[in-house]
Design a protein around this ligand. Structure first.
Ligand SMILES: Cc1ncc(COP(=O)(O)O)c(C=O)c1O
Length: 433
């Protein structure tokens, strides 16, 4: 059966059916948008009534190579016809690991593959704890690392639940966000977040027994807000001085989003453990943990099968991952991210000057953001105004992660300059006074 003829329910009925049968509530952004998407083409999503919307949400950075990329589509479909799962070795897994080990930063060349982000974060923590023989993990209040039991207590998002349940191995401190610079002049930020460094040191003294610090170098869920630029380097040096492992959760920032392969390359640091995800599979569920052999071989993961999981490293996932690397390794890929990112960054700064609804434009590469504000009060937009502004953007043809007041823009990394221009025009139209 051809893909286009696979039966589905009538598109218009989809929202009701999803509301009726989904466990828990549906996604807020989907409910607010009220659209049904039938397919995607490049950087666009297409609705059931044929409208094209440029996709600056990309499923929170997952669809980084855009939709239906021919290299990826052929690779996944071809592999699906050959072999989708086995517990035995496959040439796809061998080739993928070899190529991925060349793609990840030097020294982080042993990689365990998984299918979920939280799952990979859990492994990174267990790796750090079992290697060091210590239990405490320092994290940052702006961090978001997933929703499973072990990860949701990292960062400040579910702090109440953590206090209620008495989880006591996670300790977080404020992340030093850059508030003085936009995407255009971020390079000139010279702050190093020394107050957060002092807090970290104090927290570590209080708790003792620190295994690792986990960080989202550029916090995504917290609004695509870059740190004070000197902080990652200072943090990395502090970790080295104190013998703490540094875990960089690059679920969103990895695979080119900042115009470099990884955010750690951008900031010039070498974490001990890298969490990989989202863009990695080009929308196929594929995540991973990269570290050096010294760590893996001296941890609880040294045993055979200890890193295995039902879906990790299946040949279909590996084929998807190989296709993503082929696309990302093509000449000019990262140059495009940087060039188009600069153009969008400039556009956002101009938008903030022209629109009373837009404040604090920010970001690096193609990980950008701004705040929706209420011109009447000067405060962040309340839910009703947010909904109006989000809807106006959709009507103008652009989907943002804009169901919150800290708006995120995570466009596909294959965005062309012309598409960036189209997006800026759409935002200008939608958010004019
Ligand atoms: C930085 C970061 N880490 C981990 C996760 C968790 O990934 P998943 O939703 O696949 O469990 C997310 C999800 O958004 C994330 O943004």
């Amino acid at each position: 059966m051809a893909v286009d003829t696979v039966p589905t329910s009538a598109p218009a009925a989809a929202p009701d059916i999803i509301r009726r049968h989904t466990g828990g509530g549906p996604r807020r952004i989907a409910e607010l948008a009220g659209l049904v998407i039938t397919h995607g083409e490049g950087c666009d999503l297409v609705t059931d009534d044929g409208r094209r919307i440029i996709d600056f949400a990309t499923a929170m950075g997952v669809a980084a190579i855009g939709h239906a990329h021919p290299v990826w589509t052929e690779a996944v479909a071809g592999q699906a016809r050959r072999l989708a799962a086995t517990v035995l070795h496959t040439p796809q897994q061998a080739r993928y690991l070899e190529e991925l080990a060349r793609f990840t930063p030097a020294g982080l060349d042993r990689i365990a593959l998984y299918s979920g982000g939280a799952e990979a974060v859990e492994v990174s923590i267990r790796l750090a704890q079992s290697y060091t023989g210590k239990r405490n993990i320092l994290s940052f209040t702006t961090g978001f690392h997933g929703k499973t039991a072990g990860t949701r207590f990292l960062g400040g998002r579910f702090a109440d639940e953590r206090a209620r349940l008495g989880i006591d191995y996670v300790h977080d401190v404020t992340y030093p966000l850059c508030t003085e610079h936009d995407a255009v002049d971020y390079n000139t930020c010279t702050d190093d977040g020394h107050q957060s460094l002092e807090l970290l040191e104090r927290k570590a003294r209080e708790t003792g027994d620190v295994a690792a610090v986990i960080v989202e170098l550029l916090p995504g869920t917290a609004g695509n807000r870059p740190p004070q630029r000197g902080f990652p380097k200072a943090l990395s040096e502090m970790c080295k001085r104190n013998g703490w492992l540094l875990i960089a959760d690059e679920s969103i920032t990895g695979f080119g989003r900042l115009g470099h392969r990884f955010a750690s390359d951008y900031f010039g640091i070498s974490p001990d453990i890298l969490v990989l995800g989202k863009a990695m599979g080009g929308a196929f569920p594929l995540t991973g943990v990269a570290a050096g052999g010294e760590l893996w071989d001296n941890s609880l993961f040294a045993e055979l099968s200890s890193t295995s999981s039902s879906y990790g490293a299946n040949p279909l996932a590996c084929a998807a991952g190989i296709a993503v690397l082929e696309i990302e390794n093509a000449p000019g890929f990262l140059d495009n991210v940087r060039a188009v990112g600069e153009r969008l960054g400039r556009g956002l700064t101009e938008l903030a000057a022209a629109s009373p609804y837009v404040r604090a434009p920010r970001g690096i590469g193609l990980m950008l953001g701004f705040d929706f504000v209420d011109p009447a009060t000067g405060e962040l937009a309340d839910p009703q105004l947010r909904q109006t502004l989000f809807q106006r953007c959709l009507d103008a043809g652009i989907l943002l992660v804009g169901d919150v007041s800290s708006v995120r823009l995570n466009p596909p990394l294959v965005l062309t300059p012309a598409e960036a221009g189209r997006a800026i025009d759409a935002l200008g139209n939608a958010l004019q006074p």
